[in-house]
Design a protein around this ligand. Structure first.
Ligand code: NAD
Length: 476
């Protein structure tokens, strides 16, 4: 059987291509799909369609737009197993996690459908008793959503759901590394009666298609989830348009373990957070700070937990995690650990490649003896590697946690409510998790400080990202 060729979805039509990008299953190293290699022409077609469709879409009642989001949720549920299999194959995500991502995505569309009758403007008191001031909320227009490879299906919904609900139209560019579930979803949407041009999917490279989508005059905002480097490029390339950007970028989350922590819970929370999806998660613990009183015990228990992780085929029951997403990621992780070792880091466990069959495996790795200023503590690894640092002074550990160019998430493990409340004041991160692994809720607000981003996603505040205000002064 030949490898399936996917189509772009532009103006309600599946549009074939002549040039394609190969998509590899990282576990088997087989090519499992071909997606169009789009560029300026495809950006122009998709954005022109989205621009034309936007006024009529915005005129619909929000509840009518919400009905389409419910249809998306429905069609995902009807195809949940097929989509999860595809996700597993295109990125070596273990089967249960792939299924969770598909199912949560359906819930996400339903969640934002529920906002149709909830979001609102304001009435403001005027200085003039014969005047009313109204603040209306209106859709920004055409939103471009640029997605990463790590949670490709869920992040797509994070951009589509709030955007469409408030009356924006959307062009989605999936990651070229992992585009297949997005493009299969586009095929499913093509079978619905969504008005043409409201939602479009185009595939291609970041520097080519992505750049063209950003620079095109028809795009009114860009929402990127990806690396700091891509965020910088998008800010530069959108500068002359003075265009709104919503950027969810990298992370280097600290996990701080206090001497009174429940150690079973802390070890499990840090391990789950670091090893889920092979460490390729922006909000998960990338560095641990452990109090001196419990440091030896914590490191010894964490070592046992890391060594119990089952690496292998993502389809096999009991496998904890599988291959990194591609060779480039494996090489990046490997090089960072090698540099840490050369700088004096001690390897508690792991520290090299792992032979778990085909694929790009890196062993679950714990490093100690690392400097706060070192690359392995300061820069995002995006792999199953955790540097652990000992501390004994509260102010010092808070300063070390905050001392990082990223500010996405953080966590603390303690039984003391006073410590929790003080840490809330002292930690400068978009999210802080207490006594649990790093994972956000769809009704929260996922937004980073510093280089982790501008704006954010989820919940009420994620919805308002796609709205702009119009104040009207009415004298009577
Ligand atoms: P990436 O930056 O390489 O790519 C992300 C997307 O941006 C891709 O679709 C890519 O094609 C596109 N892109 C790249 N350069 C571009 C440009 N100049 N113009 C327009 N588009 C461009 O990131 P990735 O490797 O796919 O994902 C991993 C990164 O994403 C990590 O840093 C991770 O922390 C981050 N991430 C952040 C979040 C979050 O919520 N903050 C979530 C997931 C991933």
């Amino acid at each position: 059987m030949g490898v399936k060729q996917y189509s772009n979805f532009i103006n309600g039509q599946l549009v074939g291509a002549t040039e394609f990008i190969e998509v590899e299953n990282p576990y088997t190293n087989e090519i499992i799909g071909l997606v169009p290699r789009g560029g300026e022409a495809e950006a122009d077609q998709a954005l022109t369609a989205a621009k034309a469709a936007q006024p009529a879409w915005a005129k619909l009642a929000a509840a009518t737009r919400a009905d389409y989001l419910k249809q998306f949720a429905q069609v995902i549920r009807e195809n949940r197993v097929e989509l999860a299999q595809l996700l597993m194959h295109e990125q070596a995500k273990v089967a249960p996690l792939a299924q969770v991502e598909i199912d949560v995505t359906a819930t996400y569309f339903d969640y934002y459908a529920g906002w149709a009758r909830v979001y609102e403007g304001e009435i403001i008191n005027s200085d003039d008793p014969k005047e009313n001031i109204f603040l209306f909320q209106k859709p920004i227009g055409v939103a471009v959503g640029i997605c990463p490879w790590n949670f490709p299906f869920f992040v797509m919904a994070r951009k589509v759901a709030p955007s469409l609900l408030v009356g924006c139209t959307t062009v989605i560019k999936p990651s070229s590394t992992v585009p297949l579930t997005n493009m299969r979803f586009a095929e499913l949407v093509a079978g619905l009666d969504l008005p043409a041009g409201v939602l479009n999917f185009v595939t291609g490279g970041g520097g080519t298609l992505g750049n063209a989508l950003v620079r095109h005059p028809a795009s009114d905002m860009v929402s990127l989830t990806g690396s700091v480097e891509a965020g910088v490029e998008i800010i530069k390339n959108s500068a002359e348009k003075i265009m709104k950007t919503s950027l969810e970028l990298g992370g280097k989350a600290p996990a701080i373990v206090f001497p009174d922590a429940d150690l079973d819970l802390a070890v499990k929370g840090v391990m789950d957070s670091r090893l889920i999806f092979s460490g390729q998660v922006c909000n998960c613990a990338e560095r641990a700070y452990v109090h001196a009183d419990i440091y030896d015990e914590f490191v010894s228990r964490l070592k046992a937990a890391f060594e119990a992780a089952q690496l292998g085929d993502p389809a096999d029951a009991g496998v904890t995690y599988s291959s990194q997403v591609d060779k480039a990621q494996l090489d990046k992780i490997s090089a960072m650990v090698d540099r840490a070792k050369a700088a004096g880091a001690e390897v508690v466990t792991g520290g090299g490649l792992h032979d778990a069959g085909t694929g790009y495996f890196y062993a679950p790795t714990i490093l100690t003896g690392v400097e706060q200023s070192s690359e392995i503590v300061q820069k995002e690894v995006f792999g199953p590697v955790l540097p652990v640092i000992k501390w004994d002074d509260y102010d010092t550990v808070m300063a070390m946690a905050n001392d990082c160019e990223y500010g996405l998430t953080s966590s603390i493990f303690t039984r003391n409510v006073g410590t929790v409340m003080q840490a809330q004041k002292d930690l400068n991160f978009g999210e802080t998790y207490v006594n649990r692994e790093h994972f956000e809720g769809i009704q929260g607000f996922h937004a980073g400080w510093r280089k982790s981003g501008i704006g954010g996603a989820d919940g009420k505040h994620g919805l308002y990202e796609y709205l702009q205000s119009q104040v009207m002064y009415i004298r009577y």
